[in-house]
Ligand binder design. Structure first.
Ligand code: SAH
Length: 444
């Protein structure tokens, strides 16, 4: 390659010589200078400078020819009108490679820059969106904290209100309870029973409101009492307590005799009883009524110790109502230990606060007799009458029943439902006694 280049360069040199010779106007020194210039340029394989355009063209032609012949040993670049860049093939390749590498590097740098720019843009956008998101979050957080703050405040207020109300109600219930029974309350140890003593605040609230309303109405209607009237009120209360005690402490046959001889006494008893019911937060008969209303309409009900027989008037069922004395046409006067009902003739027997008398065994035996198999015995009683509710349930079970439902959640009353499993007729002597404490009312 060097030879060829030398040749071409010599050609160029000769051409240059010929030109200067042809022109013959230039000095010798100038010709020498040109010679040296071309020579050094060729040797150094750098830019060649030509004195005029035609010299340059000739050289270019020559180099191109070399290139065309496939020798590919030289590479020429025309830089401007009088300068040509002749590159040695090796250098050319090197140049190419280095250029390629450089280009690649540049490309990479450019790419990197582009990527960086894109990344920056992205980051900027994501930063912006992040900021926005953060702002939104912050705002949402603020809003939330504001609202939860409000909510908690409201909740706190509500809780405080409920607590206050439940306190007042509990106090009232306790007061009523203490009035209601002289017998100290015993805790129920029945582990099988799930006791839910949570007060139904809403329900109690309603009841309290009603009672307060009633009380106000009574106060409005009440005229100042004379001494005679006040004495009469006290006497009535004492009479009620006495009759109540009589009912609890005697056999039902004795009570029946007593009320038969003095029907007014029975009326007096029921007046006092109604006043007592007014003092309770809930009338257990209402709970019994609600449960019977849910039963099939074709069920026949027997209300044992019905009082005024309200149950018969409010349920759609056929109801046989029994009490010692008939206060209205719905009531059949009799001792519930011996009714005129046919054996296995009713679906439901109700004892709502009417398990009075010292012969409760006779009451339950009669219930077993009149009930159909699978019939229901419903008992509602004052809680303080039970020594151990578990023992009471066991005793009733031995009378041919099995407990199917119980609600011990009410503060004053227990509600127990039994199902008749079998007839006990003929086996009554082997049955255990059924005992409940008398429910005695305090002197007011
Ligand atoms: N169950 C009614 C009345 C409850 S007062 C109500 O919840 O409103 C209790 C009633 O049971 C009294 O009227 C009393 O006379 C009656 N009673 C108690 N033992 C009785 C018996 N052996 N025979 C008939 N009635 C009886």
């Amino acid at each position: 390659m060097a030879k060829k280049l030398k040749k071409s360069a010599t050609n160029a040199k000769n051409t240059g010589k010929n030109v200067s010779a042809k022109n013959n106007r230039q000095t010798r020194k100038q010709t020498e200078d040109d010679k040296n210039k071309h020579k050094s340029a060729i040797i150094k394989d750098h830019n060649l400078k030509f004195k005029n355009k035609s010299t340059k063209n000739k050289l270019t032609k020559t180099v191109k020819q070399i290139h065309k012949n496939g020798e590919k040993r030289a590479f020429i670049n025309i830089l401007n009108s009088d300068t040509v860049n002749v590159v040695n093939v090796k250098n050319k390749d090197k140049g190419k490679i280095s250029r390629q590498v450089q280009n690649k590097k540049n490309q990479q740098i450019n790419d990197k820059k582009l990527i960086q720019q894109k990344q920056n843009k992205k980051n900027k956008i994501s930063d912006q969106s992040k900021n926005k998101l953060n702002n939104d979050k912050e705002l949402a957080k603020k809003a939330k904290s504001k609202s939860t703050g409000l909510e908690t405040k409201q909740k706190q207020k509500l809780n405080e209100k409920t607590k206050k109300l439940s306190k007042v109600l509990k106090k009232q219930i306790r007061q009523k309870e203490s009035k209601f029974s002289t017998v100290p309350k015993k805790k129920n140890n029945d582990s099988q029973v799930i006791i839910n003593r949570n007060l139904d605040i809403k329900h109690l609230e309603k009841l309290l409101a009603n009672k307060q309303k009633e009380q106000k109405m009574k106060e409005i209607n009440m005229k100042p009492q004379s001494l005679r009237q006040r004495m009469m009120t006290k006497l009535k209360a004492s009479r009620f307590r006495y009759l109540n005690e009589t009912l609890y402490n005697n056999e039902s046959s004795e009570s029946k005799k007593y009320f038969k001889s003095d029907p007014d006494a029975f009326k007096a008893y029921h007046e006092g009883y109604k006043q007592q019911v007014d003092q309770w937060p809930v009338n257990p008969l209402d709970i019994v009524i609600a449960s019977i209303k849910k039963m099939p309409k074709e069920y026949i009900v027997a209300d044992f110790g019905c009082g005024e027989a309200r149950l018969a008037t409010v349920v759609p069922h056929k109801v046989h109502s029994f009490d010692f004395v008939s206060l209205n046409e719905n009531v059949t006067a009799c001792d519930v230990a011996h009714t005129n009902l046919l054996a296995s003739s009713v679906n439901v027997v109700v004892f709502c606060l009417s398990l009075m008398g010292t012969n409760l065994k006779d009451y339950i035996v009669e219930a077993n007799r009149v009930l159909k198999k699978g019939g229901i015995l419903k008992i509602a009683e004052v809680e303080s009458r039970f020594e151990q509710v578990k023992d009471f349930i066991e005793a009733i079970n031995s009378y041919g029943f099995k407990i199917i439902w119980k609600d011990l959640s009410h503060n004053l009353f227990y509600f127990l439902d039994f199902e008749k499993e079998k007839d006990i007729r003929g086996r009554r002597n082997n049955l255990p006694p059924i005992t409940l404490k008398p429910c005695l009312y305090k002197k007011r």
